[in-house]
Design a protein around this ligand. Sequence first.
Ligand code: GLP
Length: 245
Amino acid sequence: MIEVIRVKDYEAMSLYAARLVAAQVRLVPDSILGLATGSTPLGMYRELVRQHREEGLDFSQVTTINLDEYCGLPGTHEQSYRYYMDSNFFSKINIDPELTFIPDGMTSDIDACCEMYDALIDFLGGTDMQILGVGENGHIAFNEPHDYYFTGQTHKAELTANTIEVNSRFFSDPAEIPHFAISMGMRGIMSAKCILMLVSGAQKADAVYGLLRGEVTPRCPISILQLHQNVKLIVTDDAFVKIED
Ligand code: GLP
């Protein structure tokens, strides 16, 4: 079931999402949180950091599992997702770094790394709450559109030309833009007890349409969330325009 929470702008989306995450952590201090990167959840992380500093929100028992990481970027690279998480969130709260999991983009054995990641998700029993953003082409994590199937397992994903182009804004040297990533698959994402889907911006309106009105198809990866029992879509007005047509 998808509960739609419409908000007026990015700030409202971020506050709403942060309140839900904070409530989860307060109610279940040893929560397993599935975390996402990109520009979308930045405001949510900022608000969670504020709540930690000013309201004592305690992350000391929380475990986190991130969705994905670029292949070939070490965690010290400013565009790696490990660097993003450390600098925007983990270093600013009281989480145990040992309990923050992100695929290793520099692994010499990608298959083993993927298998271990799925074993970890299984061992933890899935996430209690999964934060998700969406790409302009409907991808979630780096599960890109595909003609025939959804990929269940954590896997090496080849990024589409569109995704590479959209993400190129973050790289000063185009030669550095990764073409591959390690991505959690649909099984890991769908194992979440609750999914918070954050969407903001007119460029995401097609993805919102695919989620709420489209058929379930790997051509629009976000559409698989129609099959999940507990999705909260926190969506800004400008991303909702195709639904109102
Ligand atoms: C990347 C990430 C996704 C994210 C998407 C959207 O491709 N792998 O997890 O949802 O970008 O990013 P943004 O929030 O910057 O629009």
